[in-house]
Every structure is written in C-alpha cells, then in structure tokens.
Design a protein around this ligand. Structure first.
Ligand SMILES: [Zn+2]
Ligand SMILES: [Zn+2]
Length: 384
C-alpha cells in the first residue's frame, strides 16, 4: 500500500473524531437525563412522563437532522460542466493560460453561468476538471467540487452545501432545542443538588430531599454541558439564520460573488421570503422536517442582477429599487438563453482577465473561523 494512501486513510479516520466525540456526549446526556434524572431523581410520576415525552421528541429530531447532515453526500457539478474529451485534451496540452481560457469560454457558452472569478474569467477547477457552476466551490477536505458550498464542517465530517444545508440548519435548531430543554428542566434539580453538595454530609439533609447518590454528579454536569452548548450553538444558529435570510453562503459572506456587473454580496438575494423558500422550500409543513425540500437543482440559481445586465434579456424582473421580494420574478437561465457568455464579451474578457481561474492547490486559502465551539474550516479556491 502506497504511503500516501495510508496517510489518506489515517486522515479520513481522524476526521471522524469530532463526530464520535459529539455522539459520545449525546449518548451520555441520554443516559444522564433518562436514567439518572428521570428514573432515579424525579419523585413525581407525572413530571417524569412529561419530561420523558418532550425529551424524546427533541432527541429524535436532533439525531435525525444530525444523521442527515453527516450522511447526505455533497452534490457535485453534472456532466454538462465537464469539458468534452477533445476540448479537455486541448486544454491540458495548452500551455498559455489565455488560450486555455478561450477553450473554457467556448465550452461555457452553452452553460447557465452568472458568476466568474475576481478577474472576470470562467471559474474552472483543475483538480476536478470541471467548469464550476455558480456558487460551487472546491473543498480541499473532501477533494471535490461541491454545489452551493457553504463550508466544510468538522463536527459533521462533511461538506455543508446545496444537498444538506437545510439539514444543517435543522441540526443547529434541534440541538439548541435539545440543550435548552435539558438546561431548563434540570435547573431546579441542579440547584437542589448544588445546595446538597455544599452541605458537609447528607445526614444534615432534611427529610424528603434528594438522595445523595451518583445521580447528583450526572445532573450537575448535565446542566453545565447543556448550558455551554446552548451558548455556543446559539451564536452559530443566529448567524446561519441571518445568512438564509440574505440567501448568502458562508463563503459568499466572506467574499462576495462576482457577476458580469461586478461583485455583489446580495446578488442571489430575492427578498426575505423567497430566500427562506430557496433553502426550506415553499411548503411550510416540511420546514421543520429533515427532508430535502430546497428549491432548484444546485447548478443554477435565480439572481436579481439579471435586470442590471442589459445583455441578459432572458429573465423577467419587475425591478424594485429596494429589491423587495414581492416584485421580483426570476428563474434560472436555460442553456440556450445564457447570453452572459456571448462571444463578444468573451473576446474582451479573455484579453483582460486571465489565469486567475486556474485552481492551484498551493494557492488554496483555508479560512478557519471559530464560532464559539464550532470550528468551521472553509476551503476556498483563490479566484481573485
Ligand atoms: Zn474541484
Ligand atoms: Zn468538504
């Protein structure tokens, strides 16, 4: 077995450590809550039953959404975005970047593309040998191009993107509900045990108080852990809700997508309600379930900027000055309609902007952000 292969296997194995850690914490929290708190500590049967029902509801939703986030494969660009065989061979043989770009421009004329590199060139991934659809980025951790890539999340050991962004948001929401429920219901027992702990011995404990068993350590620890996770998840969840409202991915929040008319961080924003529907779908009954209901195919996205582009006569916009959702009616370009890549533009752009569309692993830029306890590594190609 080649050493690089062994190294890659080790890396893949190690990448599961954060997921295993979370799984162990969740298993322990289940035991501590159900067995130590509900069965051994809570004296009232009515209280026990109510707590158990709501606990299991939030537990099931949390585990379900977490599972879906982890095991939903990231969506990749379709075959249409690969260069035809002859073109690919020409591209590989070509040494001059401007000639390579010309090959890409020719191939891209039939593709629905709005975005480009910072220099105005066609976005191409040399690693996957594919023209990148709008909002698609190469993830160096997964070693593939991921549609509407948001970030690579070590806590789920998966790329968060078009295929699982809704699941990720629900995972954050239900983990917050789970932790909040635990913290809120454990609080009174936490206070009782805390005061019990402060007494020198359990003999001083008045009658009908809680038993001085190992349950108290579980309950005390349970409250601390739940409260700690609550605080960290809340900040990340609020941030992603804000992103959904703006129809922006984490990568786009860091670096605005570049359109023909220039970079615009709100380029894909269709107004609050339509932005929500893009991720959660238009049927509200499915919003809270970790089932795939996101709109579109992940390859093309409606953009409000088509009205700003005089050569884009394909999409109807009742252009509202404030970009309000109500007045905008947009749809992704069809292949034949995409005039963004018409030949005259192509000639100018090839001359003006070159070489920056080619992906070089050495230039890839890893942005690591720590959002409380959530470490999110975003691997971004250098495009500018
Ligand atoms: Zn790629
Ligand atoms: Zn990834």
């Amino acid at each position: 077995m080649a050493p690089t292969h062994v190294l890659r296997c080790c890396q893949r194995g190690l990448a599961w450590i954060p997921v295993i850690f979370i799984a162990l914490v969740v298993c322990w929290s289940y035991y501590a809550y159900v067995v130590e708190l509900c069965i051994f500590t809570i004296p009232s049967n009515g209280e026990k039953i109510i707590y158990m029902i709501f606990f299991h509801l939030s537990f099931v939703m949390f585990v379900w959404s977490y599972w879906k986030t982890i095991f939903t494969m990231p969506a990749n660009p379709s075959k249409e975005f690969c260069l035809p065989k002859a073109e690919k061979e020409r591209y590989e043989k070509e040494e001059r970047p401007e000639n390579q770009q010309e090959i890409l421009w020719r191939a891209a004329t039939s593709l629905p593309l709005y975005t480009r590199t910072g220099g105005g060139a066609i976005r191409y991934c040399d690693r996957c040998q594919v023209i990148k659809p709008d909002r698609c980025h190469h993830c160096s951790a997964c070693d593939m191009c991921v549609l509407k890539m948001d970030h690579h999340c070590p806590w789920v050991n998966n790329c968060v993107g078009f295929s699982n962004y809704k699941f990720f948001i629900l995972f954050l929401a239900y983990s917050l509900v789970y932790c909040l429920f635990i913290a809120a219901t454990v609080l009174q027992y936490f206070i009782k045990f805390w005061t019990l702990c402060r007494r020198k011995s359990a003999e001083n404990c008045p009658k009908n108080e809680l038993p001085d068993t190992q349950a108290k350590f579980h309950v005390l620890f349970l409250f601390f852990v739940a409260a700690m996770f609550c605080i960290s998840i809340l900040s990340l969840f609020s941030y992603h809700l804000w992103l959904v409202g703006k129809n922006r991915s984490t990568i786009e929040a860091f670096r605005a997508p570049v359109f023909r008319t220039g970079s615009d961080k709100n380029g894909f924003s269709l107004g609050f309600r339509k932005n929500i529907a893009q991720v959660f779908g238009d049927q509200k009954k499915y919003w809270l379930l970790p089932l795939f209901t996101s709109q579109g195919d992940g390859l093309t996205f409606p953009t409000r900027l088509v009205s700003a582009d005089p050569e884009q006569g394909t999409v109807t916009l009742n252009a509202a000055p404030n970009n309000s959702a109500a007045d905008i009616s947009v749809s992704p370009l069809s292949d034949s309609q995409n005039r963004l890549l018409s030949n005259d533009q192509h000639a100018n752009s090839v001359e003006d902007h070159m070489a920056d569309g080619t992906f070089k692993p050495a230039e890839s830029e890893a942005v690591t952000m720590m959002a409380e306890n959530e470490a999110v590594t975003i691997s971004m190609e250098s495009e500018s």
